[in-house]
Ligand binder design. Structure first.
Ligand code: ASP
Ligand code: MG
Length: 402
């Protein structure tokens, strides 16, 4: 069997943890499997490197930043190979250059394009454990690139796909994917299984267990993932396409506090206004999430929408620049809002899910400001200060807890 095992930064944070990972990895090796290990940088190394860069030059180029950041993963893979070597296990570390992991040219946010598996395969054939740097690649200019924060997961999934691995295991400091953030909802339950689409929703909605792109890739190439803890032997959560028939209708409740609501008031009530408004915004590559349009009254209407908090200033600027063409009367921003989403593959096919969720909010006297639904989720926008209470109430209403 060929197994790809990825360990995050906290799992290799210090000497003891590195030995711990080496021991776990050696079990598979001694069982006769081929083992590829993908590592993140140790602990908070990446943050530390970024801080150093800022101190030297706050406007350093992305190329140089990537050159710097790739050092973090290079440290952890070489130390891991040394730890394994010390235990008498043949191991070799390889970076993105040595493997040849080609990416797009976008420094800081590159996408993997092609992985040459020859070198890895050769090392595996000589019964070595191959320890590969996560998060990094090389582009057509023969420069190092990085895949965006948290990108090592994506490296692991891409390698598993390229090598046709039999298993891809993502080790982290939590025991799996939960029905809600256990820090907010104390009786949150660990899920045995979750579909790729549900996982994507959970991840993008704030359950930051897996890098989003890694889940997209896993779905695309049918790579089944297991998310589990590097510190315990607890069974993790399997991320895959089809979940057992007796699957839960709902798999979790997610919260996103990084949202702001922008209301554009007094737009003319004529065809093309929504088009104009969102066209200006999308030209700047800003994602709009929930949208609400009021009923037209006396020739005007209001359109509200949500964006990530960091985009608010730019959106306001866009509105101002195009105020003639849009002709609104005023703009109102509130950033003390949170988006709460109920996620589940069974949501669309079951009536009554939305009303049950709204009832949970009503039970707590929480007002809903916006609503949106999709195949596998129902989202509401509420005041941020009620977010935790809303999570707990919805989680209870659907009986998701232990
Ligand atoms: N070391 C990188 C980061 O901190 C990549 C990763 O951890 O996956 O973002
Ligand atoms: Mg991570």
């Amino acid at each position: 069997m060929l197994i790809v095992k990825k360990f995050g930064g906290s799992s290799v944070a210090d000497k003891e943890r590195i030995y711990n990972v080496a021991r776990r990895v050696s079990e598979d090796y001694y069982a006769g499997h081929d083992v590829v290990v993908v590592l993140s940088a140790m602990g908070k190394t990446t943050d530390g490197l970024l801080q150093q860069a800022r101190e030297i030059n706050p406007r350093a180029s992305k190329r140089e930043l990537d050159m710097l950041l790739t050092c973090g993963e290079q440290m952890s893979v070489s130390l891991m190979a040394m730890a394994l070597g010390g235990m008498g296990i043949p191991a070799i570390s390889l970076n993105a250059w040595q493997v040849s992991m080609q990416t797009s040219s976008a420094y800081g946010n590159a996408r993997l394009k092609n992985i040459d598996t020859d070198r890895i395969q050769k090392e595996l054939e000589s019964r070595k454990i191959v320890v590969v740097t996560g998060f990094q690649g090389i582009n057509k200019f023969e420069d190092y690139t990085t895949l965006g924060r948290g990108g090592s997961d994506t490296t692991a999934v891409a390698l598993a796909a390229a090598l046709h691995a039999d298993a891809c295991e993502i080790y982290t400091d939590v025991e799996g994917v939960y029905t809600a953030d256990p820090r907010i909802v104390p009786n949150a339950r660990k899920l045995k299984e979750i579909t790729y689409d549900e996982m994507l929703e959970m991840a993008s909605l704030g359950a930051k267990v897996l890098h989003n792109r890694s889940v997209e890739l896993a779905k695309k190439y049918g790579v089944q993932l297991v998310v589990r803890s590097s510190l315990t032997n607890a069974e993790g959560t399997v991320v895959k396409e089809v979940v057992k028939m007796e699957k839960m209708l709902v798999s979790g409740v997610a919260v996103d506090k990084n949202v702001a609501r922008i209301a554009v008031l007094g737009l003319r009530d004529i065809p093309g206004m929504a088009f104009r408004l969102f066209n200006f915004i999308s030209q700047k590559k800003i994602n709009v999430d929930l949208i609400l349009q009021s009923i037209g009254r006396e020739g005007t209407k209001d359109i509200s929408f949500t964006v990530a908090k960091e985009n608010v200033d730019e959106v306001l600027h866009i509105l101002q620049m195009n105020s003639d063409s849009l002709g609104f009367t005023s703009v109102d921003v509130s950033d003390d809002v949170a988006k709460i989403s109920l996620v589940g593959a069974g949501i669309m096919s079951n009536s009554g899910m939305a009303s049950r969720m709204f009832e949970a909010l009503y039970d707590e006297g929480i007002n809903i400001r916006m609503i949106s639904t999709s195949e596998i989720k129902i989202s509401v926008l509420i005041d941020e200060r009620y977010a935790d209470r809303a999570m707990i109430s919805i989680h209870d209403k659907f009986g998701l807890g232990e």
